[in-house]
Design a protein around this ligand. Structure first.
Ligand code: ARG
Length: 458
């Protein structure tokens, strides 16, 4: 098969070169975008009088047929035609004849591939955004049921202060909501039309780029032809946003792994989202959570790969940039797969409230509350801290918790302590008292849930 660019060559390309530089094995998935971009381009060429309307109709008809053929699985792509762009063009010429050769007027694969990737990414961003919003919605539903489910909050993975499960889950809602914001922001820069930049220096033809932008749903057109064909910042931005999503998922998954251990016993995963061991009959493993945690590694790798491919590239297009696709596709595929499976995993987990409460009662999570109690009675905080520290040391020695000490024992540490101390340091009360905005008190959390729902429009 002669190549679309064979004119200046005297020899055939080496077979190994064909294999090496062909991208059809991975960019064929862009076919939909490539074809709709070409349809808009052909219509515009006719609109400004570069080709006739009849010719445009023939091209549009041919492209529509090719789309149907690909979707019905009737098309076999050719490695020698290199990439999706030249495959589609070649199929068009085979299907409608010489008029098909007019499609590529005033266009280069360099602006064409930038267009296709931007259209692809726009859809992926919308898909990931939708999955994030569904995940947040599930987390809000669970939170609503656990406003009063007390558990220990941790620092250094040591029990610190009591909080509620709802409050803990809402922390993740905040992360995922920032992730959504980042995607919206990234989409603004993705949604700019590069077509018309040509190979690097625009074109001598009087194109109507704004028309193409409108046809394809772009908000603006690029302002510099060199930048238009060499810019992949948007791909890096997406991979960075995807990396943050994966980082957040990996932290959540880590907690799920810990919480489902016998040592914690805070949750039990549904059988449908757990796996067994080939040797140990008793095992029920949180493999799905572990695998999501693990897959964060490949998405961070995709981000690094993209940055490294682009680093030091001279303007404008360089073939290195063909290496953007697999990393970008992998980042999008991975983050979507993980978000999709994570949602039912959390939606079906069983919460073991009693174990959470028990853990919150141990570990002196109410020690700060005892210090605050003393402060309210005029003891300077630094002194109160010291007093409670001594009380904790005493408890450790006598294997008791602070609320198990008698009033007499407690007063031995400070005469400011009275009978009302027990109410002040009851764990549920410690949570309820933290009603500051953004705090774990049930009514503060309820407000946060409402705010989150409003943002989500659910
Ligand atoms: N397959 C190429 C890519 O993905 C398309 C652009 C090729 N342009 C070129 N002049 N070789 O980047």
């Amino acid at each position: 098969m002669t190549k679309l660019w064979s004119g200046r060559f005297q020899k055939e390309t080496d077979r190994m070169v064909d294999d090496f530089h062909s991208s059809i094995s991975f960019d064929s998935r862009l076919y939909k975008y490539d074809i709709s971009g070409s349809i808009a381009h052909a219509k515009m060429l006719a609109r400004v009088g570069i080709i006739s309307h009849l010719e445009a109709d023939a091209i549009v008809g041919g492209l529509t047929g090719i789309l149907a053929g690909i979707e019905a699985g009737r098309v076999e792509f050719s490695v020698a035609a290199e990439d999706i762009h030249m495959n589609v063009e070649q199929l068009l010429i085979e299907s409608i004849g010489d008029v098909g050769k007019k499609l590529h007027t005033a266009r280069s694969r360099n602006d064409q591939v930038a267009l296709d990737v931007r259209m692809y990414l726009r859809d992926e961003i919308d898909g990931v955004g939708q999955l994030l919003s569904e995940l947040i919605s599930v987390l809000l539903d669970i939170s609503e049921k656990h406003l009063d489910t007390v558990m220990p909050g941790y620092t250094h993975l040591q029990r610190a202060q009591p909080i509620s499960l709802a409050h803990h889950l809402l922390a993740y809602c905040q992360m995922f909501s920032r992730d959504m914001d980042r995607l919206v922001d990234c989409r603004r820069r993705v949604n700019v039309l590069p077509l018309g930049a040509g190979a690097l220096a625009g074109t001598t033809f009087p194109l109507d780029r704004e028309y193409v932008a409108r046809e394809l749903g772009f908000d603006a057109v690029t302002e510099n032809s060199l930048d238009a064909v060499s810019d992949r910042d948007f791909a890096v931005e997406f991979a960075a946003a995807a990396s943050l999503i994966m980082m957040h998922l990996s932290r959540f998954c880590e907690e799920i792994v810990l919480w489902s251990s016998a040592e914690f016993g805070f949750i039990e995963l549904d059988d449908a989202y757990s796996t067994g061991s080939s040797m140990m009959p008793q095992k029920k493993n949180p493999d799905v959570a572990e695998l999501i945690r693990g897959k964060s590694g490949r998405v961070f790798g995709d981000l690094t790969a993209l940055l490294t491919v682009l680093k030091g590239l001279p303007l404008a297009y360089n073939k290195d940039m063909q290496e953007d696709k697999e990393a970008l596709f992998d980042a999008a595929d991975t983050v979507k797969k993980c978000l999709l499976i994570f949602r039912p995993l959390v939606a079906t987990m069983r919460v073991r409230k009693e174990n959470m409460a028990q853990a919150a009662r141990g570990g002196f999570t109410n020690a700060t509350d005892l210090a605050d109690y003393l402060v309210q009675r005029g003891v300077p905080f630094r002194e109160a801290h010291e007093i409670v520290g001594r009380a904790v040391a005493y408890c450790l020695e006598h294997n008791k918790s602070l609320d198990e000490l008698s009033l007499e024992e407690l007063r031995g540490f400070s005469s400011s302590i009275n009978e009302d101390v027990y109410e002040a340091i009851a764990v549920a009360r410690c949570v309820a008292a933290r009603s500051v905005t953004g705090g774990p008190a049930p009514e503060a959390v309820q407000k946060a849930i409402q705010a989150a729902r409003q943002r989500l429009g659910r």
